[in-house]
Ligand binder design. Structure first.
Ligand SMILES: *Cc1c(COP(=O)(O)O)cnc(C)c1O
Length: 384
């Protein structure tokens, strides 16, 4: 029997999400409205309350709003790990500022604070750590680093929902802003979408204004408040980053299903770890005591004595019917970042070296036990 091809990722959508979206569509309110407001409230409650959640149409939009609100401007710099998706850095460029790429820790592949220290200048205003794969940058060290250099922290938490960082959920701490992604492949999804969380009411207000054209009240407020419905004030040249109610309806169900979905991904990671212990690979870093892993990504790093190269491994996995991916092609190797900032691979020795041997395996909550066995037998068949 030929098994169907197992894609690298597939969203975990049940009848509950479908029913919620249909209900929203039948309600007559499609754009940002009651579902988006409830989604924001429920998301903030999931993190323990005491903070604002601002729903947006992508994490990229959320990063842009957060950077703008904290004061990233032309002639300022933001520290960004080179081991990330381009969005973390591109949103800095939207504001005319410069992302300063930083090498990563060889174990976790998260930003290396010792390397970051060497790259701080008088222009540096913020640091944007990426909690790679769903494992957080240890918070005590991050906070101490930011305080020592008077930097604002904007967490790129696109992989880190939900992740415990030294006893506190990512997004529930004191950092200025934490940005989550609900892109189709992420740990919870709205198709496209994101959420910015902040403990600072002024930052939240600025982001809400800039999210919708720089208008100081959103459309839903206009139709429900006691003030004349037609009146609004434009106070800045804002953006169009609001989340639709149909997407928010999906997100509310995904949020409720988060404990079940993260437990499934953890079980898959455990099965992979147990199966790959004797192979010539480095398995992913584990969460230290008091922290947890969201398992958005499970990557293997092929050792020098592996029988095939990383590129050949990817081809052979595809032949065995399994989709894989690479997270990430470091930013300094992409033409735009390389040429704009004159980067060379030698400036980022860890990321450049690890890139050549990393590959990401499927790890999504809709995988069946049979899918997991399929991946394990393909990997062991190639590397065993
Ligand atoms: C997916 C991702 C983003 C962008 O998320 P969108 O919601 O697609 O804008 C940003 N940063 C990282 C690290 C990501 O993986």
């Amino acid at each position: 029997m030929v098994r169907p091809f197992l894609p690298f990722a597939r969203p975990d959508i049940t009848d509950a999400e479908i029913d919620a979206v249909v209900h929203a569509m039948r309600s007559g309110w499609l754009t940002t409205g009651p579902n988006a407001a409830a989604f924001e409230k429920e998301f903030a409650e999931f993190l323990g309350g005491g903070r604002s959640a601002v729903a947006v149409n992508s994490a990229t939009s959320g990063l842009h709003l957060a950077y703008e609100a904290i004061g990233v401007r032309p002639d300022t710099e933001v520290l960004v790990p080179t081991w990330t998706f381009t969005a973390t850095a591109e949103a800095v460029r939207y504001l005319g500022a410069d992302p300063v790429l930083v090498d990563v820790d060889p174990v976790t592949l998260c930003i290396d604070l010792a390397d970051a220290e060497r790259r701080v200048t008088e222009r540096t205003v913020a640091i944007a750590p990426v909690h790679y794969a769903g494992l957080a940058v240890p918070d005590a060290a991050l906070s101490a680093f930011a305080a020592a250099h008077h930097l604002t922290v904007v967490e790129d938490a696109a992989h880190a929902f939900p992740t415990l960082n030294e006893g506190t959920l990512v997004g529930a701490g004191d950092h200025a802003a934490t940005v989550f992604s609900f892109y189709a492949t992420k740990t919870m999804t709205t198709g496209e979408g994101g959420m910015v969380v902040t403990p600072d009411a002024d930052l939240a207000a600025r982001m809400r204004t800039m999210r919708l054209h720089g208008i100081n009240r959103d459309v839903f407020d206009r139709y429900t408040s006691s003030k004349p419905g037609w009146h609004y004030d434009v106070v800045a040249p804002g953006y169009k980053y609001n989340l639709t109610d149909t997407a928010a309806a999906m997100g509310r169900v995904q949020l409720r299903r988060t404990p079940e979905m993260v437990a499934r991904r953890s079980a898959i990671a455990e099965a992979y770890d147990a199966a790959f212990g004797d192979l010539p690979v480095q398995r992913p870093a584990r969460a230290p005591q008091g922290s947890s892993h969201a398992w958005h990504i499970y990557n293997l790093r092929l050792n020098a004595d592996a029988p095939v190269s990383r590129d050949r491994f990817i081809e052979l996995m595809a032949e065995a019917g399994v989709g894989t991916s690479v997270h990430f092609i470091p930013l300094h190797l992409h033409p735009y970042w390389r040429d704009t900032y004159h980067h060379t691979p030698e400036q980022f020795p860890v990321a450049s070296g690890e890139f050549a041997r990393t590959v990401s395996l499927p790890i999504f909550s809709a995988m069946t036990d049979d899918d997991v066995a399929h991946v394990i037998s393909a990997v062991c068949g190639i590397l065993g």
